[in-house]
Ligand binder design. Structure first.
Ligand SMILES: [Zn+2]
Length: 663
């Protein structure tokens, strides 16, 4: 079988825009250019250690010109919350993002993804045409973050802003004056509307599961030809009354002797069909491959792209398919502002991950890929980012450039382990070995910074910052199980199945949230608002007294009252308490979704073995800049007013952060 006999390829035009923009760069020298590199989860202790060992020469050089500081993070230190602090220069009381998961009290504790949701503006019955229907309801994809983002003020002042993979800004806010461009990052869904649904196929007999975190599916034999078929699950077809998922069959021809397989599928078009053939070795990832789902036999089609990873051909065929990403040059949804921003990037650098969470951590968490396989895929994401950063720098002439790296967070969640405690899934040697991958990653970011410093020249302000740091995640805390044991929560297995709200005073939801079942607020609330204060004090005292039965360690370091630490009208939607765990601990996976555990404190047994959703003072982020700053304790909320002040814009009243640099 010849390798890649007829692979459908794309032309990647990496260098096309370079000469065009080189000329403009001269003129721009006289104008202010500011670069912000946002490295999610980059940890100050590790940066400092590597700087002292001489392994981050460019960080050291930048810090020598200005300084290096731990950066006070948000409460709680979760990325959507933290980046919203960055975006608005204010705390969650203003921007209204408190956790990855929020709840709707009018539907009791109904959970939803905190940063965006699709709402129906007007309901109209669809028109029916034979077996199909034409939907007529108007829906809107709504960004739930409140507060005015800092770039609005720059946009208004005519200062260009370009932001790449910005978290917590999907759908992207419109640019009223046309000077702000944004490619949204964390929060952008895959084509199924989820945050990353992989599809894993095997010929081994096993039960099939379809969950938002990933689908485990069976490879079947075509009854007539005997060919192995992986049926790819696509988005729901809104033109069918049943809205059933569209599918596409991938034929798999394994060559067991040579450890190779050929994948064949047909992208059906109205005028012509396009046959796609890919040949992969076992252990090889394909390039991006377009996958079209046809809504009716005469179109239209829904365009997505995936990468295939052939894991095995013997004894069983195993194939991992990435979540369905959008094709940057013809996106089905708007995730950049202006809409053509992503198309321009895609035309210049070729396809890249468009889903917010690009690293395949769900497949790693479920042990469908191992540590090495995860690393290969996560590095593909990093390489995508590096190509995009080169593109961004090439066309950056004036104003503000923000560029985001997810790698420092999503590789650390899997590989970070910074002490000799027992690791959830690795031997002590392996825990050390994989932790070194994070050190290597930081040195790669240092090299990126070096390139940026060269490109920006000595006069441009450069800021490298992160939203929070990192900690081992060794033990889980079952918050709802504890609440039940203390008599605050009446439930058997799952809040959403068998809770008795008439007997429930408090419940946990999300990674750090604790809510009272308050009368007049929760649909079935029972707690008298006059008793709220006393109850919160009682629960806080109880939480701080929790000790790990294994070694007597204090599990919860801090409990925050949101009516004290948040400022602004959105506080009314916040959890009543934020639970701030000590290093080594975190909410159990079940707690996040309102489910129960069989114990209160127990081992984390997942490859997701490091985290940061703990007490905020234990995981500060970093701030490194070639400019000196005015305060000793910079915070994430200070970055927005600081960026405005560099461009001579005064601090808006809604921002509680302080400008750190005097222009
Ligand atoms: Zn994270």
């Amino acid at each position: 079988m010849s390798k890649r006999s007829a692979v459908i390829s794309r032309w990647i035009i990496v260098a096309a825009c370079v000469p065009m923009l080189a000329g403009c760069r001269e003129d721009a020298k006289t104008k202010t250019r500011v670069l912000v590199l946002g490295c999610d989860g980059m940890d100050p202790k590790l940066v400092q250690k590597l700087m002292s060992e001489g392994r981050l020469p460019n960080f050291s050089k930048l810090a020598a010109q200005g300084g290096f500081w731990p950066l006070t993070t948000s409460i709680p230190p979760q990325s959507p919350v933290a980046w919203s602090n960055f975006i608005t220069g204010a705390d969650p009381g203003v921007h209204g993002i408190f956790d990855f998961i929020h709840r709707d009290p009018s539907h009791q504790a109904e959970p939803y993804f905190s940063t965006n949701r699709v709402v129906e503006l007007e309901h109209k019955a669809p028109w029916h045409l034979g077996d199909y229907q034409l939907p007529r309801s108007t829906t809107k994809n709504e960004l739930l973050r409140r507060g005015r983002p800092f770039w609005d003020y720059l946009d208004e002042a005519g200062i260009p802003v370009q932001m790449y993979h910005l978290p917590a800004n999907y759908p992207p806010t419109p640019s009223s004056h046309g000077h702000a461009a944004c490619l949204a990052g964390m929060g952008v869904p895959d084509a199924l509307g989820n945050q990353g649904t992989f599809e894993h196929f095997t010929s081994e007999p096993r039960p099939e599961t379809k969950a938002a975190e990933g689908m485990r599916l069976r490879i079947r034999r075509d009854p007539t030809t005997g060919v192995a078929i992986a049926r790819l699950q696509g988005p729901a077809n809104e033109l069918q009354p049943s809205a059933s998922p569209m599918t596409l069959d991938i034929q798999i021809y394994p060559d067991k002797k040579n450890n190779v397989a050929k994948l064949v599928y047909v992208n059906k078009g109205v005028l012509s069909d396009e046959t796609v053939e890919l040949v992969l070795d076992v252990g090889e990832w394909s390039e991006w491959s377009d996958v079209f789902f046809l809504k009716t036999p005469v179109g239209p089609s829904f365009g997505t792209m995936v990468r295939f990873y052939l894991q095995s051909v013997r004894p069983d065929i195993e194939l991992l398919v990435t979540p369905l990403n959008f094709i940057p040059t013809r996106p089905e949804i708007q995730f950049s502002e202006p809409a053509h921003f992503v198309e321009d990037i895609g035309s210049a650098i070729g396809p890249f991950y468009t889903q917010g969470f690009a690293e395949q951590f769900n497949a790693r968490k479920q042990d469908l890929i191992n540590d090495e396989e995860y690393h290969v895929q996560a590095d593909q994401v990093l390489n995508d980012s590096m190509r995009m950063l080169d593109y961004a720098l090439d066309r950056f002439t004036t104003g503000l450039l923000f560029f985001y790296f997810s790698s420092t967070d999503l590789q650390a969640h899997i590989y970070w382990w910074d002490n000799n405690d027992k690791h959830p899934v690795r031997t002590p040697e392996n825990a050390k070995k994989y932790n070194r991958l994070i050190e290597d990653l930081y040195t790669k970011i240092d090299a990126v910074l070096g390139r940026c410093m060269e490109r920006m020249g000595p006069d441009a302000p450069i800021v490298v910052m992160s939203d929070h740091g990192f900690a081992n995640f060794r033990r889980c805390f079952g918050l709802n199980t504890w609440l039940k044991q203390q008599g605050y929560l009446s439930v058997a297995t799952d809040m959403y199945v068998d809770a008795d709200w008439t007997q429930t005073k408090a419940y946990g939801l999300g990674l750090n949230g604790l809510y009272l079942n308050l009368r007049g607020r929760e649909k079935d609330g029972i707690v008298d608002p006059n008793q709220r204060d006393a109850l919160l004090k009682e629960i806080e005292k109880g939480l701080l007294a929790v000790r790990d039965p294994q070694d007597g360690h204090q599990v919860i370091r801090r409990v925050y009252r949101t009516d004290e630490c948040y400022h602004g009208s959105e506080t009314r939607n916040a959890p009543d308490l934020i639970v701030g765990y000590d290093r080594g601990y975190r909410a159990s996976w079940n707690t996040c979704l309102g489910k129960m555990d069989s114990e209160i404190v127990f081992d984390n047994n997942q490859a997701w073995s490091a985290d940061h959703c703990i007490a905020h003072d234990l995981v500060p982020g970093i701030l490194v800049s070639n400019r000196k700053i005015n305060v000793a304790d910079p915070a994430l909320i200070d970055i927005a007013p600081t960026l405005l002040s560099i461009f001579n814009q005064s601090r808006p009243a809604t921002m509680s952060g302080r400008p750190l640099i005097t222009p």
